[in-house]
Design a protein around this ligand. Structure first.
Ligand SMILES: *Cc1c(COP(=O)(O)O)cnc(C)c1O
Length: 464
């Protein structure tokens, strides 16, 4: 610690004086005088207790240092703001980077809906209309369901479904499906929150139809299947298909609920990806309700979609909890635009998540070669850059263990972690990954519209 002498302390400027210096006057205009006053007080306090390093004995130097420190506090406060990021991690559904990046049409729809919009009005009659009716119709069209309801996320869909259909009773589920999704979302906790008793059957690795059948009793309210999205059990294992579970449910008049998680609408095995439950197939197999996220493989905004039997959806809709879990107009607009792309058959070209999943490594190599050429033209450190073969991952708690061959622009530097930090602190922030001393920007997850920006950020990161 460099605790200043009382003589030095006398040189510290008054708060009022610092606030009137030109650089701080402009900070006040941007952040508000109260905020900046707080930063000045904090800075002066740090000087008094020695936490800000040794004090100069020249008043103007001290003043300049105070201004610099306050400006740094202002900068630090803006770093925490939500802002644009280029995802070069190769993880397509990167939870920390906001999961699904939206299609341009969805982004435009959000901007349009942000102003006044016909959220709850019928344009023909001018009377009150049902909120989300159009979006629910689209949900039905792309899944073949009888009815649909949109809520805040898939966790909310699970909570609402369990609470409405099974509060005070039991729901039967396989032990192998009592999962935890990222962010400590644990299925048993949701049961508890919904006031539903968990009736576990089978074992971690094997559950048979007979296990469910034997568990059914007067207290049973539903059968639940949860797709173990983020892990796989392999080897000696057995689980019950939704078709069998739905059949059993029908015999006992118990709804079969299928939490498929990722909201996959297509067979992805042609892209070298494993079987994901497909929403339409689950409904065709007899599931009474199917629940999924909007921002995983559907490629839309954060939300949860419930599709299935009209009588059950009507019960969910009339639960007061549905109001608490509903989504806003901006989310509805983004979901609407995303579903319209699915309906039009353009998902694999227009929805970033599906486009990124289906990109061939060759295409990425060609793009990488172009980027290297552009880098060579703008930097005198061209030798720092190369193309490296890498593996991308679907991420977001979907398709675990699955990787896709890809290409990355690699930066060779003396300190790869430091370089990655410099990229993160740039504008826009670039997220790379570090592997064997190289900083890698996987092109699969970079929006091609950002390629020239990426070239600038990379060139800046090696400059000086
Ligand atoms: C991801 C997932 C959830 C949670 O979805 P959110 O939309 O993040 O709330 C629930 N169930 C399954 C099976 C999932 O994969």
């Amino acid at each position: 610690m460099n605790v200043p002498s009382s003589q030095q302390l006398r040189l510290l400027p008054a708060v009022e004086r610092v606030l009137n210096l030109p650089p701080l006057v402009s900070l006040c205009a941007q952040y508000g005088r109260g905020t900046v006053t707080g930063w000045v007080r904090q800075t002066l306090h740090d000087f008094r207790c020695g936490a800000a390093g040794p004090l100069s004995s020249i008043a103007t130097e001290i003043e300049a240092r105070v201004v610099q420190m306050v400006s740094e506090l202002a900068e630090a406060s803006t770093l925490q703001r939500l802002r644009k990021v280029i995802n070069g991690t190769g993880v397509i559904l990167h939870t920390n980077l906001g999961r699904a990046p939206l299609a341009p049409a969805a982004i435009e729809a959000m901007i349009e809906a942000a102003a006044a919009t016909n959220l709850e009005v019928d344009l023909t009659t001018g009377r009150r209309g049902r909120r989300a009716a159009a979006v629910e119709t689209l949900c039905r069209e792309v899944t073949g369901a009888e009815a649909a309801l949109v809520v805040n996320n898939c966790a909310a869909a699970t909570l609402l479904t369990l609470q409405t259909l099974a509060a005070g009773r039991r729901v039967i589920i396989s032990r192998g499906q009592l999962i935890e999704i990222g962010g400590s979302f644990r299925l048993p906790d949701v049961f508890q929150q919904a006031g539903v008793t968990l009736h576990e059957v089978g074992t971690t690795n094997r559950t048979r139809l007979a296990d469910y059948a034997q568990a059914i009793g007067p207290e049973s309210a539903a059968l639940l299947r949860v797709h173990p999205s983020n892990y796989r059990i392999s080897g000696f294992c057995e689980s019950v298909a939704i078709a069998e579970l739905a059949m059993l449910g029908k015999q006992h008049q118990l709804p079969a609920i299928d939490d498929v998680g990722s909201g996959c609408l297509y067979d992805l095995t042609g892209y070298g990806l494993p079987d994901e439950p497909i929403v339409r197939e689950s409904l065709q197999a007899g599931a009474d309700l199917v629940l999924f996220s909007g921002d995983k493989l559907l490629g839309g905004p954060q939300c949860g979609v419930i599709v299935g039997r009209a009588d059950l959806v009507a019960r969910l809709r009339s639960n007061p909890l549905a109001r608490a879990l509903r989504v806003d107009k901006v989310t509805l607009a983004a979901l609407q635009a995303t579903l319209e792309i699915h309906r039009a058959g353009r998902a694999f070209t227009d929805i970033p998540v599906l486009r990124q999943l289906s990109l061939a490594a060759d295409e990425l190599h060609a793009r990488g070669t172009q980027l290297l050429g552009q880098l060579q033209a703008v930097t005198s450190h061209a030798e720092a850059f190369s193309l490296e073969a890498v593996m991308s991952a679907p991420g977001g708690g979907t398709l675990p263990d699955q990787t896709l061959p890809s290409w990355a622009v690699a930066v060779n530097s003396s300190n790869a972690n430091e370089l990655s930090q410099r990229l993160r602190l740039g504008t826009p922030a670039v997220f790379a990954r570090v592997q064997e001393g190289l900083t890698l920007v996987d092109l699969r997850t970079v929006n091609p519209d950002d390629d020239s920006t990426l070239v600038r950020c990379l060139a800046e990161s090696v400059a000086e």
